[in-house]
Design a protein around this ligand. Structure first.
Ligand code: TYC
Length: 104
């Protein structure tokens, strides 16, 4: 969209990606490691990311084979909170499981 700046009369052009009212979304990814148990990762996907048992198992196996996998897309603060929850639960249970947050 474009129009005139009310103060200067200059023509201004809005960037299309700044026009939306939707919040920017961020990916939360789980990363593979050799020590976290498969059952613990499935539990995290069910409890933190609200996945069904079948979907949790599918994502866990994808991470196990490919190194990383998408758990969900969230506004920044929700994504950061989920990653922190993963790290806190993993630490409590003695696992090195890591999650990362990336722009969509
Ligand atoms: N690679 C782990 C194992 O063989 C399982 C695992 C899957 C760990 C996904 C982390 O994000 C992960 N026990």
């Amino acid at each position: 969209m474009s129009g005139q700046d009310p103060q200067t009369g200059e023509l201004v052009t809005e960037r299309p990606d700044q026009r939306t009212d939707e919040p920017a979304l961020f990916k939360v990814l789980l990363l593979n490691d050799d020590y976290t148990t498969m059952d613990f990762v499935v539990m995290i996907l069910e409890e933190v990311f609200h996945k069904s048992p079948a979907e949790a198992f599918r994502i866990m196996m994808k991470v196990h084979h490919e190194g990383r996998g998408l758990c969900g897309l969230y506004p920044f603060e929700v994504a950061e909170t989920k990653a922190t929850t993963v790290h806190e639960l993993a630490r409590q249970y003695g696992f090195p499981l890591r999650a990362s947050v990336e722009p969509e």
